[in-house]
Design a protein around this ligand. Structure first.
Ligand code: FAD
Length: 458
């Protein structure tokens, strides 16, 4: 009887199958820091049909596979486990259609997010998903992880943008659900099974996303506040006064803000005095002058009323970029902090302030010389926690402390990065036993042999 590798060699052209030393280390791990592992084989299908044939064979041979998009995932889901074949979507790359009337894009799953953004922009449209990994992550990976990012407060997570999908199931069946309509209640909306399922239920091959009209003017400010209560009051006020034009509400605790300015010495602190909280607010609309007036009036009203202690409005693109560089400074911090427990969690918005205070107090009582940095997309309930002692062996212990505390506060162990392998053992902190049992039932029904991304999520 022929081996699976022999059958795949017969089926595929040389550019679609790699074995042994021909598998470059790029495919050994994602960005999460999960232990790298060489896959048994690397498959790079070019078409849905080819991927379907590959999966039918893997299914026949009970061969576990790991799905790889742009490998920027932070939960270890795309890092191979021992004995797995890696399936990379990178050759399934391209924009198939921009429908300027319906404002949709139909895209192959291996297309980098940035390419989708640029294709939309060329048609005077806007792809309402953006994240720091835009140049490397793929739209298929974004769908699989239900990615969030910086536009969520206005447009929602990836789930809200997806109209249709094409998916290959574990046994090679192709599900064509390439719906382009906003309203379609014809039976179960199957796409939602795959969005956010981190490659455990099917492999996304094509995506239809809803684009938006491009907003021409963007207004940015950096604000200072003294307590968390003021932050959430301000959020409610700005949602009322700026409506859907409010596209960014990014909070930084002083520990994070000061650390970024210390590490990135060329960045200027626009404030003369120290504050407890720093907030980046962004507002977008199509009326440049009127919009600026509305934005400044909203902020300065709150400054006079004392909700804000200070505020600096960007006077140029360069100012706005500098403000965003402070918010995005985490990338630079990772280069100098050593081993970091990097958590993205969600909590009811009113609880985030007290959670952050308790967390910092608890960690500081337990670990000598621990650094704790806090920031997040607070308008989306999302808090990022970075905690570090400089010791690798503390990282897992700190992860566990944070996960258990999230359970105490009825929060979500992951807001946007996903469960993958790194958070799998803590799923019960955020989901009931009945929810997890139903997830397992769905997994079993759709992948009875458990060959698709085994050991991830559940
Ligand atoms: C600098 C940086 C900034 C980031 N910022 C954010 C952020 O703001 N918000 C956010 O949500 N995430 C963020 N991330 C995390 C990451 O970029 C996202 O999770 C992204 O959606 C992953 O896409 P990818 O193509 O790289 O997927 P991969 O890392 O390749 O895979 C991620 C998971 O999806 C599965 N998968 C990948 N492609 C498919 C497919 N076609 N079909 C089925 N399953 C698939 C994989 O098996 C794995 O489980 C950031 C990462 C970095 C490195």
């Amino acid at each position: 009887m022929q081996t699976l590798t022999e059958r795949l060699t017969d089926l595929l052209e040389p550019s679609a199958l790699f074995l042994g030393n021909d598998i470059s280390d790029k495919y050994h791990a994602d960005w999460s820091g999960a232990s790298p592992c060489v896959p048994e084989a690397l498959l790079k299908p070019k078409t849905t049909e080819q991927l379907s044939q590959i999966m039918a064979l893997c299914y026949e041979y009970d061969q576990p596979v790991v799905v790889q998009g742009g490998l920027t995932g932070l939960a270890g889901g795309a890092t191979p486990l021992s004995g797995e074949f890696a399936i990379s979507l990178e050759r399934m790359n391209g924009i198939e259609e921009i429908d300027a009337t319906g404002m949709t894009a139909t895209v192959l799953a291996g297309t980098p997010l940035q390419a989708v953004q640029e294709a939309a922009d060329e048609q005077d449209l806007f792809m309402p998903l953006d994240l720091g990994a835009r140049g490397s992550c793929n739209i298929g990976g974004n769908v699989a992880t239900n990615a969030g990012g910086t536009e969520v407060i206005r447009y929602g997570m990836t789930r809200s943008l997806v109209l249709g999908l094409e998916v290959v199931l574990a046994d090679g069946t192709v599900i064509n659900a390439l719906n382009k309509m906003v309203k379609n209640n014809s039976g179960y909306d199957l796409k939602h099974l795959f969005i956010g399922s981190e490659g455990t239920l099917g492999i996304v091959t094509r995506v239809v996303v809803q684009l938006q009209p491009k907003l021409l003017a963007s207004h940015t400010a950096l604000c200072a506040l003294e307590d968390y209560e003021s932050v959430i009051k301000l959020l409610a006020e700005l949602k009322r006064s700026l409506g859907s034009g409010l596209t960014g509400f990014e909070l930084m605790w002083d520990n994070y803000f000061n650390k970024v300015l210390e590490v990135e010495a060329d960045l200027q602190n626009p404030f003369a005095e120290d504050h407890h909280f720093y907030l980046l607010v962004e507002y977008k609309d199509n009326e440049t002058a009127l919009g600026a007036e509305r934005f400044e009036a909203a902020l300065f009203g709150h400054l006079e009323a004392g909700l804000l202690t200070d505020a600096v409005v960007a006077q140029s693109h360069q100012d706005a970029e500098e403000f965003w560089r402070i918010r995005d400074g985490i990338g630079e911090l990772f280069k100098v902090l050593g081993p970091v427990s990097n958590q993205d969690v969600s909590l009811p918005i009113r609880d985030i302030g007290i959670f952050a205070t308790h967390l910092e107090t608890r960690l500081k009582a337990k670990y000598l010389d621990i650094g704790v940095l806090l920031f997040g997309h607070i308008g989306d309930n999302n808090l990022h926690v970075c905690a570090y002692t400089g010791l690798e062996e503390d990282k897992l212990r700190i992860n566990e402390d944070i996960m258990l505390m999230i359970g105490e506060y009825s929060g979500a162990i992951t807001a946007e990065h996903g469960v993958g392998v790194l958070k799998r053992d803590f799923l019960d902190q955020s989901r009931t036993a009945e929810e997890i049992a139903l997830m397992k039932t769905i997994k079993l029904a759709m992948d009875p042999k458990g060959i698709l991304n085994p050991g991830r999520v559940i």
